[in-house]
Structures are given as structure tokens and as C-alpha cells.
Design a protein around this ligand. Structure first.
Ligand SMILES: NC(=O)C1=CN([C@@H]2O[C@H](COP(=O)(O)OP(=O)(O)OC[C@H]3O[C@@H](n4cnc5c(N)ncnc54)[C@H](OP(=O)(O)O)[C@@H]3O)[C@@H](O)[C@H]2O)C=CC1
Ligand SMILES: CC(C)(CO)C(=O)C(=O)O
Length: 308
């Protein structure tokens, strides 16, 4: 079997370590420059609270075409890198190749369909806290790594389910109903990622603010209202379910991928979250005042920092 992972950061690094543990000799990583050199020289190093310590040695290349047609390509880049990453792996996509997308957001599958000439696209929503370190090792914190995935192609979903059914990942094959999970994750991100980026504080510190929990709840409500207005089927008690889950979360000493990127001065997925939410809200005539306020405030802060 030929498995490829492109985007060897927090999420892709974890998944690549998981895959190369169970499928040694069958995994190729797509990485560039210093990351590629490091992965080739030292292997892929994972420090994971959930999966343990692993050093694996999958093949690494910055020239995907050399790896040939793949069975599954896991695309783990940020939303804004999707187009470039997909175009680079087109030579590896045959008629039967599964292109498994792991991005936060709601528009990446549609974008991917326009780029990928053949094969089968599977969309996924991942719940994990993982990042890459300066030495390109991967650090996963928390006792969970969960993936919901699906598409209307049941055969491809079953093939991926068989590949991923191992300790170190909790998997949920949602089939054609994946859109609901994509929106549930998106709503979570439009609250969790945006509020941690707005305050540049951990979710625990935000909940200790007098209005922190209420603001988090309002962000969930706003995003849920937008989702429903677009016609997506969402559970009746969704806001309370997500709110309750995050309130009950044991480790609250965490930011989000968005907050981490903004605080580190890196390019971010702000537009993927509140930017797109605010634009969609306008189209479907739903008021999202808190999301809009936080979006504009964060965007302004990023622009000001870039000018300094
Ligand atoms: N991190 C987390 O805990 C979570 C992240 N997510 C989502 O998962 C997705 C991935 O996030 P995350 O893993 O954090 O991202 P990272 O920034 O950690 O990693 C992205 C990786 O993609 C690489 N990359 C960028 N462009 C290309 C390209 N054209 N070809 C090949 N590789 C490329 C980058 O390498 P380079 O240095 O070469 O640019 C980097 O290694 C995002 O949509 C995020 O929102 C979801 C849940 C949790
Ligand atoms: C929900 C959360 C915070 C962790 O899975 C996330 O998706 C992110 O950090 O991007």
C-alpha cells in the first residue's frame, strides 16, 4: 500500500507518525527545505501524551511525482496552503486514489474538488492539540486524537476506515453525513479559536474573566445560527453540547492553532474562521455582532504588528 502525507506540521506530523508506526515502508512524507532535511536525517519524532513516544523513518521528499501514484494522500496543510499542496501532489493522484482532507473550515472540500482532476475526496474534522517544535519534532498534548470523516463514496470511506482503525486515533466514519460534523467543528473553531486569538489567553484564563464564558457561548450561538441559515442540519442542543464539553474539558491551559499562529507572528487561518463566518452571515442575513467585532479587532491587530 502507498500512503502519502503532505503538510508535516502539528496534525500531519501526528498522523504520519501514526501511519508509519503501523505501515512501515509504505508511507511517504512531503516536506520542504529544513523540515525535509531534518525528517530525512533524524526521522519523524513524536512526543504524544495520547500515542506515546515514537521515532519512525518514513520516506521524505519535496518532489511528490517521484513517489508515484498513491492509494491515499492525507492533506494536512493549513487551509490557505491547500491549493499549492494539492497542485504539487496531482502527479500522485490516480483514478482510485483517495485524497483525505484534514483542514479546519467549511470551504476546503469544494476548493479541492476544483483542483483535483480524479480520485476520491474524503473530508474530515479532527480534534487534537498538536504542534511542531523548532527542531521539527511533533508535540501532541491531551488524551485524545479523534477524526470524523466521510463522503458520499461509501467504498472509499470503508477503505480509509480499515487503514486508520488502530490505537492512537479514534475514528468515526460519518459517510455522506460528514457535512454536519464539518460544521460542528467549524462552530467550535469560530468560538474557541477566535476567543483565544482575540484575548491571546488560554481558554482557562478566558473562562476566569467575568464575561468570558458568556462571550464563548454567544460566539457558539452566532456560528450555529449561520450554519442553520445555510440549511445544514445541526442538532437542536448543539450550542449547549459544545459549551458543556469545553467547560468540562480537564486541560484548560490551552490556546488554539489560530491563537498560537497569531501570537507567533505566523500567517493564520483567521479568514477561514470568523472572516468566512462574517461573510456567510451577511449572505444569509444573520446578525453576528460579537464574531464580527472580534474578527475586525484581530485583523487590525495583525495588520498593526506587520507594520511595526
Ligand atoms: N494543530 C492542531 O492542533 C489542530 C489543527 N487543525 C487544523 O489542521 C490543519 C493543519 O494544521 P496544523 O497541523 O496545525 O498546521 P501546521 O502549521 O502545524 O503545519 C502545516 C504544515 O504544512 C506544511 N506546508 C505548507 N504548505 C505546504 C505545501 N505547499 N506542500 C507541503 N507542505 C506544506 C508546512 O510546512 P512549511 O514549513 O514547509 O510551510 C507545515 O509543516 C489546519 O487547517 C488546522 O486548522 C485542526 C485541529 C487541531
Ligand atoms: C478545537 C481545537 C482548538 C482543538 O482541536 C482546534 O481545532 C484548533 O486548535 O485548531
Amino acid at each position: 500500500m502507498k500512503l502519502m502525507v503532505t503538510g508535516i506540521g502539528g496534525v500531519g506530523g501526528y498522523l504520519a507518525s501514526f501511519l508509519s508506526t503501523y505501515y512501515p515502508g509504505q508511507v511517504t512524507l512531503i516536506a520542504r527545505k529544513a523540515r525535509k532535511e531534518s525528517l530525512a536525517a533524524k526521522g519523524l519524532v513524536l512526543h504524544s501524551e495520547y500515542f506515546g513516544e515514537h521515532v519512525t523513518h518514513p520516506a521524505v521528499t519535496d518532489t511528490p511525482a517521484n513517489a508515484g501514484i498513491q492509494d491515499v494522500i492525507f492533506v494536512c496543510v493549513k487551509n490557505y496552503s491547500l491549493e499549492a499542496a494539492l497542485k504539487a501532489v496531482i502527479p500522485c493522484i490516480g483514478a482510485d486514489t483517495i485524497v483525505f482532507l484534514i483542514q479546519n473550515g467549511i470551504d476546503h472540500a469544494e476548493k479541492a474538488r476544483e483542483i483535483v482532476p480524479q480520485g476520491h475526496i474524503i473530508d474530515a474534522a479532527v480534534y487534537i492539540n498538536s504542534k511542531y517544535n523548532d527542531d521539527f519534532s511533533i508535540e501532541q498534548s491531551g488524551k485524545f486524537a479523534r477524526i470524523f470523516f466521510g463522503s458520499d463514496d461509501a467504498d472509499s470511506c470503508r477503505r480509509v476506515e480499515e487503514i486508520l482503525a488502530h490505537e492512537g486515533l479514534r475514528i468515526h466514519n460519518e459517510g455522506a453525513a460528514i457535512g454536519t460534523q464539518i460544521w460542528i467543528k467549524y462552530i467550535t473553531n469560530c468560538a474557541f479559536n477566535v476567543i483565544t486569538a482575540y484575548y491571546e489567553e488560554t481558554i482557562g484564563a478566558i473562562f476566569a474573566r467575568p464575561d468570558g464564558k458568556e462571550q464563548f457561548h454567544t460566539l457558539l450561538e452566532e456560528a450555529t445560527n449561520v450554519g442553520r441559515a445555510t440549511g445544514i442540519a445541526l442538532p437542536e442542543d448543539l450550542v449547549e453540547t459544545i459549551y458543556g464539553r469545553v467547560i468540562a474539558q480537564k486541560n484548560k491551559d490551552v490556546y488554539s492553532s489560530l491563537a498560537n499562529d497569531i501570537m507567533a507572528g505566523r500567517k493564520s487561518e483567521l479568514d477561514t474562521f470568523s472572516g468566512l463566518l462574517v461573510r456567510t452571515a451577511e449572505k444569509v442575513h444573520v446578525a453576528v455582532p460579537l464574531s464580527a467585532m472580534m474578527y475586525h479587532a484581530i485583523a487590525k491587530r495583525i495588520a498593526e504588528r506587520q507594520q511595526q
